[in-house]
Design a protein around this ligand. Structure first.
Ligand SMILES: [Zn+2]
Length: 344
């Protein structure tokens, strides 16, 4: 073989090789091209190199150098191509499927009990009430004693109250906030105290061991039962409807005297009687009364000088009658399909 023929074969490979490398569009195709060009067994370069021994001795040096240069050029181009194929695979990712349903933007919803609490607070805020909070773990003095519960009151029984220790309970109502507020702030006091309370109860359609309560308290000089009636009637007209009828029924609580429960005309049957109002035409919405002088004294106030009134309502019960919720347990399920109905 002549040197000219050997070099011509190398030139042919140096020209064809890069075009074949550039055409490889996958790692498999690239691997095939590499074997065909520079593979040790059957590569085109190896074939040409096999002819080296047939050249004249003085030509071998030049032929060898040219072959080496072509080999390096091909290997450089191969490496570049391999990197490009790998980079393209890394950035393209999985195929884009335009028929996939989109991801829905997530909107949370306000729990119906929170909706009621927010609305009650808003109505009383317009009347100058502020929000006060207290601890859920209370001493039995704040939960019972300061609120004029006699020492043998059945509410203090283990049967009804969750005790954390000898003297500590999970508060059974939000009324301890009354005493804590009066100890801290001199009258005039106008507060709302929303919060969770605990009873030793099992879940059923109308009971839960933990539920929200909203307490209201007004203490000042010259506060009368007429203020209680007027304010709570105003609240009912704002919360339900301006024409909602209300009534007060005598009741009893240890911490108020006199005490009254407030009913509103049933919103479902407008007072004619239905299953929701148990055919009475009325739905009870809160308990209220004039703050007992013993409670004012327990908080360190002069009960000859100051009077006050208070109320407590259960926003869960209000939400149930307002939204027609059939079972109180639904309020504790955290089922978004239920909660989403109340989105504002
Ligand atoms: Zn009714």
């Amino acid at each position: 073989m002549s040197l000219a023929a050997f070099l011509a074969s190398l030139d042919q490979l140096a020209t064809d090789g890069p075009a074949r490398i550039a055409a490889a569009d996958s790692l498999e195709a690239w691997s095939e091209v590499r074997n065909a060009l520079v593979g040790r067994q059957a590569g085109r370069l190896s074939e040409i190199m096999n002819g080296l021994g047939a050249l004249a001795k003085e030509d071998r040096r030049e032929a060898g150098q040219r072959a080496n240069a072509v080999k390096q050029a091909l290997e450089g181009a191969l490496e570049e191509r391999r990197a490009a194929i790998a980079a393209a695979a890394a950035t393209s990712g999985p195929a884009l499927d335009l028929t996939m349903p989109g991801r829905r933007t997530w909107h949370g919803a306000v729990h119906p009990v929170s909706l009621v609490i927010d609305e009650v607070i808003e109505i009383f805020r317009e009347l100058g009430f502020t929000v006060a909070l207290g601890p859920e773990a209370e001493t039995s003095w704040y939960n019972f004693g300061a609120l004029n519960f006699p020492a043998d009151h059945p509410a203090m029984d283990l049967h009804d109250t969750l005790y954390l220790g000898d003297d500590q309970v999970l508060r059974t109502h939000t009324s301890p906030v009354q005493v804590r507020t009066l100890q801290q702030y001199p009258p005039p006091v106008r507060i709302l105290a929303p919060g969770n309370v605990y009873r030793r109860d099992f879940f059923d359609a109308s009971h839960a061991p933990m539920f929200a309560q909203i307490e209201g308290l007004v203490v000042d000089e010259g506060v009368t039962f007429a203020d209680l009636k007027a304010t709570l009637t105003h609240f009912a007209h704002r919360f339900f409807s301006p024409t909602t009828r209300t009534r007060f029924r005598p009741s009893f609580f240890p911490f108020t005297e006199p005490s009254a429960e407030m009913d509103v005309a049933c919103g479902v049957c407008a007072g004619s009687g239905c299953a929701v109002c148990k055919h009475s035409g009325w739905v009870e919405i809160l308990g209220s009364g004039m703050v007992h002088p013993a409670v004012l004294e327990a908080a360190g106030l002069d009960s000859e000088r100051y009077t006050g009134w208070a109320f407590g309502m259960g926003p869960a019960r209000t939400a149930i009658s307002r939204y027609g919720i059939p079972d109180i347990r639904i309020l504790y399920d955290s089922d978004v399909r239920f909660l989403e109905q109340f989105a504002r």
